[in-house]
Design a protein around this ligand. Structure first.
Ligand code: SF4
Ligand code: SF4
Length: 413
């Protein structure tokens, strides 16, 4: 860990109002400033790694809202994540971690096969029966929670159905590579199909290499830096074999990780790869003038939730709003604390349900206050978390990926 990053904190406290866990607890130990101080003392050997201390650190969502607020460029979330990664790296991967991070996640075929029983469970009607009978209450809490969060799965993952080359409609203006995020392909395949369709409609030839692997974010989360580098090497080499102008993703988490490959790996190829990565909203915003002519009216009240990985990690805030405001007839309503975390944060909502629920409730209250009938966002974790939360009410709010809504407007007769 870079010690200089730790000593840059001047303890001003400007990050405190931005931190979701501080806003819920008002505890210094649950604030970015407190976390930087704890990691620093641990690095300096003035504190021992007690369970209680690690517990404080594990409450961090790694949402990086603190980094956006800090005038000194300190990123408490990243520092905590790096510290955790180093600590786990020293301890080595446990049996289950090794199984998930090395034997499952980097192999799309295995990952897809592992979801097949869930598809049968949902489609056979067993899920409805299990829920009605309350059987899940007999299972461990994390399992019950995971089951409750899982949205309806598509009949097949997008990776298995999308052609490797989608031609441009009309005059070709360029070629892009499309990065299929694991969760987007497995769960939100229709949103990614819409992304590819929009790119094609705007004149891009879209190459979706079938052999691409997970971006490596779960490895980073699990402290498996070597696993992350392995994933990065595979993707850099694979996409390097295609002559593309950009590498586009519609998954905020993947985009943030792909843009860091150049930092994780030595050599020009990784830096070149990262330099080409764009969130879909960045590409679409380049064609705002054209889209303005093509989009047709949608009479909806819409608000936008900034995924942490898009707003704080990639600094993208204007483009999604600009795109939504291009849709004629759309009543756009700005969301209070729009870039505050929704509590999903990887597997945080499973591992830290109490804090995740508090953070989520604040988000849901803010969304409901807008009066919107549709919430737009652009990250699978947020989609899962908010779909569940906003459906469970007398007045359900639709939750959509930004490309789904844009394509809908494109297709209106
Ligand atoms: S992390 Fe940044 S904003 Fe927070 S107390 Fe330190 S210097 Fe101030
Ligand atoms: S990453 Fe998020 S939860 Fe963690 S310290 Fe920063 S603002 Fe707080």
């Amino acid at each position: 860990m870079d010690y200089v990053k730790l000593i840059n904190c001047m303890r001003c406290g400007m990050c405190l109002p931005a931190c979701p866990t501080y806003k819920e607890t008002f505890l210094e130990t649950a604030s970015p400033r407190g976390r930087v101080a704890l990691v620093r003392k641990l690095q300096e050997g003035e504190l021992d790694q007690s369970e209680r201390l690690l517990e404080y650190l594990s409450l961090c969502l790694d949402c990086q809202a603190c980094a956006s607020a800090c005038p000194c460029g300190v990123n408490a979330g990243e520092l905590v994540a790096e510290f955790t990664c180093e600590r786990k790296g020293e301890a080595g991967l446990g049996f289950m971690e090794n199984l998930i991070l090395r034997k499952l996640v980097p192999h799309p075929d295995r990952l897809e096969a592992s979801m097949a029983p869930m598809r049968v469970y949902q489609r056979s009607g067993l899920q409805k029966l299990v829920r009605r009978l309350g059987v899940l209450k007999m299972f461990p809490k994390p399992l019950e929670r995971m089951e409750g969060l899982l949205p309806a799965l598509p009949s097949r993952p997008l990776r298995q159905t999308i052609q490797e080359v989608t031609p441009a409609r009309g005059t070709e203006r360029g070629t892009v590579g499309f990065f299929l995020g694991c969760v987007m392909s497995l769960i939100f395949s229709e949103a990614s199909r819409a992304t590819i369709q929009l790119l094609s409609l705007l004149g891009y030839r879209v190459i979706t290499p079938r052999d691409q692997v997970c971006c490596g974010a779960p490895n980073m989360l699990g402290g498996d830096l070597e696993g992350l580098k392995e994933a990065a090497r595979t993707n850099v080499e694979l996409f390097g074999g295609f002559d593309v102008d950009y590498i586009v993703t519609d998954c905020g988490g993947c985009g943030a990780e792909l843009k860091k490959y150049g930092h994780h790996l030595d050599g020009d190829a990784a830096a070149e790869f990262s330099g080409k990565v764009r969130d879909i909203s960045q590409i679409l915003a380049l064609h705002a003038g054209e889209l303005r002519q093509l989009l047709k009216p949608l009479g909806r009240r819409v608000t936008y939730h900034d995924p942490c990985h898009i707003a704080h990690c990639q600094g993208i805030r204007q483009e999604p709003r600009q795109l939504l405001k291009l849709i004629p007839g759309l009543d756009y309503r700005e969301l209070n604390e729009a870039d505050a975390c929704c509590g999903s944060a990887g597997t945080y909502n499973i591992q830290r349900p109490e804090m995740a629920d508090k953070v989520l409730q604040r988000k849901v209250d803010n969304i409901r206050r807008t009066g919107a009938d549709c919430l737009v966002t652009a990250n699978p974790g947020c989609l899962i978390q908010l779909k569940k939360a906003l459906a469970a009410d007398a007045q359900p709010v639709r939750v959509a990926h930004i490309t789904e809504l844009l394509l809908e407007s494109f297709m209106v007769k």
